[in-house]
Write a new protein. Sequence first.
Lengths: 382, 454
Amino acid sequence: MPMFTFRTTIFIKSLLGALVAFLCFSSGLFAQVDISNPQRLMFVADADDPIIDVIDLQENEVIFRIETKQKVDDLVATPFAPVLIYTNIDKQLVSMYNLETQELAKEVILPIVPRHMVLDTTGSKIGFTDSESGGFVLLSAYGGQVLFTLEDFPPTTDVLFDPNEVDIWYSNDLDGSIGLIDSNVKKTFEIEVTDKPEQMLSSPSRSLDGRYIYAANETTGEVYSVNAFSKIIYKTFNIGTRPARPYTTPEGVFLYMMDKDSGRFVSIEQHLFTEFDNTIIGEGIDLITVGRFDRLNLLASTENHNFYIYDNNRKAVIEQGKLNFIPLDAQGAADGRQAYLASSDSPEVAIINLEDQQVSYIKAANGRVGAFAIGLSNNVCH
Amino acid sequence: MYISSTRINSLKLSALLFFGFAIASSWLIFPYFVQGQQLLRGIGDDSRMIKAGSVSRYLTRELIKTPDLEITATLATDEYFQYVDRAAVVGNLRPDRNFIFFVAETIHRGDLPQEVPIATLRVGEDEYLPTISDGPSLVSHHRLSVYSFPKRDADGRLIEIEEAGRMRLYVSNRYMGSNRPLTFVGSWDAPYSLPDELKSRADITPVAVLALGAGLLSSVLTPCLLQLVVVFGGVIAGFSTVPGQSVGGSRQLTPLIRRKIMQLALAFVIGFVSLYALAGAFIGALGHQAQLAFSEYSRAVAIISGVLVILLGLWVGYRGTRDFACRIPDRRAMEALSMRDTVGTVLTSMGYALGCTACFGGAIVATLIVYVGAIGSAAIGAGIMLTFGIGVAIPFLLSAYYISKMDTILLFLAENSKSLSYASMIIIILFGLILLTDNFHVVSDMIYPYLGLS
């Protein structure tokens, strides 16, 4: 006599089948966190441990942790492809991580120390420079091929890509000049800012259309404006004693110049080059993130805890406060509603809602943040 | 023409509706064939060249103009280099620290002297010599030389050109075999800065206005307009029906619906085209101040637009509960309904377009300022946005014409007035809520990645 009737057997089999299907589905669900769309993600690398935390910008929480082979010194994510690129200075190594398969895709050893890395406006090329020993490498962000190398290249910080994808601007402290690499012919051209060498120049910034290039000089307190076509410094602004890197707003209206010593903030309307505002806001300001319509601006400093939200309509600071930490860097969300600041001394990232001026924090990294990036930022011209 | 059968093939209906939707969205092909950003940049370059010519003429003086000899001098101030691109003078000229002059010599009889002309600058009673005096020596008929005079005197004091009121450039050379140098003078009166109208004027031709409209259609505005097609569908479905009809007597309604579809489509495009043209005039007149105005009032405008659209959506739903089908012979009742539907369509269109403009108006300002370099004219702003609006409107009208010719669709509209009214109400209210809650980009962002335009 059979132990179970036919109907009972069918029932038990069905239950087991459903259980197996549920287990398969749920294990897949929990194991596979989708991190393939960089535009909705933030990547936070620990300053000391070889990890990168992936934060979902809609949920504002860490959803994935990438364990890397080496400590990460800098990182960028390509906005239109699931590729995360990070560097290790000690090994002169660039690693390319496939966010879709969640695997390390490629490693490239560079002929220079990649102290600074900048992604171009299309997200397809990366410029590497070394601010100590010099050298320049242009790398394909998707394929990882070295497009060209300039070994006889001055020490410099971040380079600046022109929107035409041909000129790459840089500053040369040793010669006191602003230079450009013509990537078609792989040659450099330099414009002296003064007749004296050894100036402390900021990285260049540009107007949205790439017509004007700006650079600050901490030695003289000046900010220079270059006609990118004629390669001529046609205007000099005297800002103070220690000007920060100039900033241009995402929708292209304003040029901001800040003096870190006096806290002076000067905004220039780029269309007619008329002064829009000239006021004292706070010392040390060198981080800026701009909101929608180029209206609300987060001003912060890599030297202190202060932050300010400045309104271009009212020409006034409408909110100010102190962050839990001294920021490392600031980036704006693509829609301009939120600003993100990572900490150089604690394991967290601040989120400042520019529209309602609320500040919140996300725990990320283990000890302190070494580098961070969001997949698509509105910091386009900096 | 009456329909012989009231049975509707749902597959055929779906295909026909999809095709109508595709026609209404056909402006989307623009970005695939026209590189909007490049087009805008190209027009911007043309416009900038016109402006550069105006600036250059303003700062240029004729020192002599005879049939044999012509000499001009251009005071190349910092503003000159702001508007004029001169690839030929790449180098370390510093108009921020020096007075720069370009001297152009042209001779039609004989050759130019081999030497570069000698130039001196006089400001008031003081005379200054150039630190840079550069030009080709072995030339025949044409020569361009550059002169640079420091803005500070030998003692390091800033030369006060504004106080002096006038600066004069003396250019000397042995022209046409003369034994002694012949000297010619050009003078520039204070103030030396460019007049505002020269800096802000929009040097845009009518053809460029048309191209700018097309450029906008192909670049910044495309994702924002995707939703307008859905709202258009909702309006046609909601307002073209005759409430109160049940299956059976629908055949006699189709000619009426046919006319209404074209009437509503026209009302819809008039609504958004006129609104965009007005917005363009506002942007054109105020320039970047318009951007700040958008940032100040965009939320309020979106809320008002959202409320208006929601109210109109509710009205569409309410309209569906009325009974008009049996009053077709009552011409006045039908005309009153038709008028209300038309007004409702114009208001829905304008309301939604107003919300759209509040959303992407700032981007239009930025695009025009960045790529064209200037707007500064209400007429040009209105012209650009009118072109843009017409570019969107034509597919809408074509779609309406197509729908009005498809008997299957007309019959479907005639037989389902109530359910279509409710569906339309839901669509219109949903999009009103999108405006009201500031989630305009959510729908666009959902659709946009699948268009392959990134």
